[in-house]
Design a protein around this ligand. Sequence first.
Ligand SMILES: NC(=O)c1ccc[n+]([C@@H]2O[C@H](COP(=O)([O-])OP(=O)(O)OC[C@H]3O[C@@H](n4cnc5c(N)ncnc54)[C@H](OP(=O)(O)O)[C@@H]3O)[C@@H](O)[C@H]2O)c1
Length: 279
Amino acid sequence: MSEESNLTPESVDTTNGMPMLGLGTWQNDDPDQCVETVSTALEMGYRYIDTAQAYDNETSVGEGIRSSAVDRDEVFLATKLWYDQLDRDTIVESTQASLDRLSVDSVDLLYPHWPAGSYDAEATMDGFAELVDTGAIERVGLSNFTPELIEEARSVSDVPIFALQVECHPLFQQERLREYCADAGIELVAYSPLARGAVFDVPEIEEVARKHGVSEAQVSLAWLNEHGITAIPKATGPDHLRDNLGAATLDLDPADVQTIDDIDRKERQINPSFAPDSW
Ligand SMILES: NC(=O)c1ccc[n+]([C@@H]2O[C@H](COP(=O)([O-])OP(=O)(O)OC[C@H]3O[C@@H](n4cnc5c(N)ncnc54)[C@H](OP(=O)(O)O)[C@@H]3O)[C@@H](O)[C@H]2O)c1
């Protein structure tokens, strides 16, 4: 471990083999910077990296893993197929291209990034099942799916759905999806868990942060953790990486959790034109 280390990997809880705190990499697309961030994060104690074909950084993420002192098999690695790569004939080849860019034999979790474009429940899930069969992927996830779309995917999938990745943070709490996933035994992975910075100016979060002498980022991530939700904040430099990792050891009081639960704001950060109907 490097001098950056201030937490052991054991300090991060896991759920069904997935660490409950990971590193997001969207917009960390300067190659040298991305390699540096991933390598620093792993040496600091992160063991989960989230990338996607659309982030245009799979090559740098793979290089960051290789240049760190952490073995590939200690890292939970997730990527996503873009929405034009989801027809049956394209899935296997496109996933292999991701594995080649990452320079790994398999990924721990693969998602269709959005239920859009060439996504077709039966054909796409069939392709994902083949990837599980051949060992190219360990687990199947869904990203940006509504409960209705998850139901449809589950009804045609030969393999279990392990995780759902959606926007989730104190300003967009996703109660309906959380309940659905709890009932269905699906892990929830929160993207934009800091609401891309919007959580830093929320009075209730500032109050809890002051009480514990920690950052608003840590409070938001710990709140997700208290609800059994995995978070993948994006951070670039060592200060933010270290701050966010500290959330893994922050225990909020039930009253703090309630204070944040009671924030009644529905402020979505990510809402592209191709998002599903009834989103
Ligand atoms: N499946 C999907 O469709 C989808 C959509 C969006 C995101 N995601 C995934 O989720 C990840 C996280 O979401 P996100 O990138 O949208 O937003 P986010 O994690 O909510 O916020 C990232 C922003 O917060 C800053 N930051 C991070 N830690 C901080 C700290 N401790 N103190 C102050 N500022 C801090 C970062 O700055 P620096 O970079 O300067 O550190 C960056 O500007 C993405 O990177 C991606 O992997 C998935």
